[in-house]
Design a protein around this ligand. Structure first.
Ligand code: SF4
Ligand code: SF4
Length: 474
């Protein structure tokens, strides 16, 4: 009873027994995990409707809910529809006989990655580099933590992400909800976002971070804005976002000063000016149909990094209809953007960071072979901290203390244990990437970047192979 934040279990005094209102259960597994005698099992119990291949139970239940509420159905986390996951149809190469594989336990393997614009050519004189380099940010491995705002996730969850980024030598992203002052000490490992709401954006916010990211869109809800309800705007959230306590925090769908690539360029250079041209500026977009043309414009507008978030990207809250029906998979968008920038001869002007449902180290290395410089992980990071993908983040009742609005629930996440688990995850994936590189006879991740010869497609149509730029197996 104490563990469930959705009021499923109750004590019936008359019968002297615990009773359960099964229809309220969201399957978060908290009670089963913490049941001292292992007596609880959570099983899917869909309402029985007459079988109908067209009108499935999900459609019927959604219609019934909307007939009751008259409102948009909200949900949390990423798209759970069975669209094709291309990572599962791409296989990696391995060395046999002619070029030997490398033992990553005995030989150095290089995962270090630099994000930022690279020059067209380097000029040297007397052994000295004359070319002036654009600002670069160094990662010890090509894995970053995605944008997750304080307010959408708890203080302890954001603290864990920042501590883990510092320990792993990588970056985490504040999201668009500002940056709590206590966390400014992690500046060298933090990307700050500048989104349509401009929450928390001031001179110190921009200058204390390693990278500034303009958020145009996100994969879970392309084309629409964000809304943190007033009840979640506590005094610290309000101070962080620089808005009054208890007011709704609205991020409009468009940035009201950006209606063209020229406008975007003005904002990019305003941010560079504000940070003395010392920090890379990133632009994050959702993966949509014309992502390659948009990315080309962003690169030409002066961005140093482009982050592309695919249709399986997570979120704290989104209209279900948008999350499940808008956008395209990151695999197709990434391959198409990389190819377009190469064809135009401007691929070196930007680093590409891919996002949207990375589940394993294999997904990461395949993304790098398709052209990514690095990847953002969000859902995987939350799962490492304890998330069970119950999709109830928007309710503020997260039973695991990750996206909880209730301060009592929020205390359930121990930030030091969560940090340890995040560090373990990233280190484990890094070791696995080194194993896969070694098997390919490669000792540096740089050699895989954009090198589709290391991939082969299985079970894919001709058009899919062409879009991915990958040959079929065999
Ligand atoms: S909502 Fe979670 S804690 Fe509550 S009964 Fe269901 S699985 Fe258990
Ligand atoms: S963060 Fe919490 S509420 Fe959101 S899906 Fe994970 S367990 Fe559920």
């Amino acid at each position: 009873m104490r563990q469930c934040s959705f009021d499923v279990h109750a004590y019936d005094e008359e019968d002297d027994a615990i009773v359960s209102a099964d229809d309220r259960c969201v399957g978060c597994q908290r009670c089963a995990t913490y049941c001292p005698t292992g007596a609880i099992t959570i099983r899917l119990s869909e309402r029985d409707f007459r079988l109908n291949a067209n009108w499935r139970p999900e459609h019927l239940m959604d219609i019934k809910r909307q007939a009751e509420t008259g409102g948009v159905i909200l949900t949390g986390m990423g798209n759970d529809k069975p669209y094709r996951i291309y990572w599962d149809h791409l296989l990696l190469n391995a060395s046999q006989v002619t070029n030997p594989s490398i033992d990553p336990l005995r030989e150095p393997m290089e995962l270090r990655t630099f994000l930022g614009a690279k020059p067209d050519r380097l000029r040297f004189a007397d052994g000295r580099l004359l070319t002036e380099l654009a600002p670069q940010v160094r990662l010890e491995m090509p894995i970053l933590f995605s944008a997750m705002s304080y307010g959408a996730i708890t203080y302890n969850a954001q603290l864990a992400l920042m501590q883990a980024a510092e320990e792993c030598g990588t970056l985490c992203n504040t999201g668009e909800g500002g940056w709590p002052r206590d966390f400014r000490r992690f500046g060298k490992n933090v990307i700050v976002q500048c989104a349509s709401g401009r929450f928390g954006v001031d001179f110190d916010y921009l200058n204390q971070a390693a990278v500034v990211e303009i958020k145009i869109g996100q994969g879970a809800k392309p084309g629409i804005g964000g809304h943190l309800p007033g009840e979640k705007v506590t005094p610290l959230v309000a101070e962080t976002r620089m808005i009054p306590v208890g007011t709704d925090a609205l991020s409009p769908a468009p940035q009201h000063d950006i209606y063209s690539i020229e406008d975007l360029s003005t904002l990019i250079y305003a941010l560079k000016e504000a940070t003395n041209y010392e920090k890379p500026v990133s632009v994050k977009i959702a993966a949509v149909h014309n992502a390659p043309a948009i990315a080309s414009g962003i690169a030409r507008a002066g961005a140093d990094i482009i982050a592309i978030d695919g249709v399986r990207g997570g979120t704290g809250a989104a209209p279900k209809v948008i999350r499940d029906n808008v956008g395209i998979p990151i695999e197709l968008a990434l391959a198409a953007v990389d190819r377009r920038l190469r064809r135009e001869g401007i691929r070196n002007r930007v680093s590409l960071v891919a996002a949207g449902g990375f589940r394993s180290s294999a997904d990461v290395i395949k993304a790098i072979a398709l052209g990514a410089d690095a990847v953002y992980i969000g859902t995987a990071a939350l799962v490492a901290m304890g998330c069970t993908l119950c999709q109830q983040c928007y309710t503020g009742k997260c039973a695991w203390g990750i996206t909880s609005a209730d301060p009592v629930l929020a205390k359930r996440l121990n930030p030091d244990i969560a940090t340890r688990r995040l560090v373990n995850l990233v280190k484990a994936w890094s070791l696995e990437i080194k194993e896969m590189l070694g098997g390919m006879g490669i000792n540096a991740i740089e050699s895989v970047r954009g090198n589709r010869l290391h991939l082969r497609g299985v079970g894919l149509e001709e058009w899919e192979l062409e879009t991915l730029g990958v040959r079929g197996a065999g």
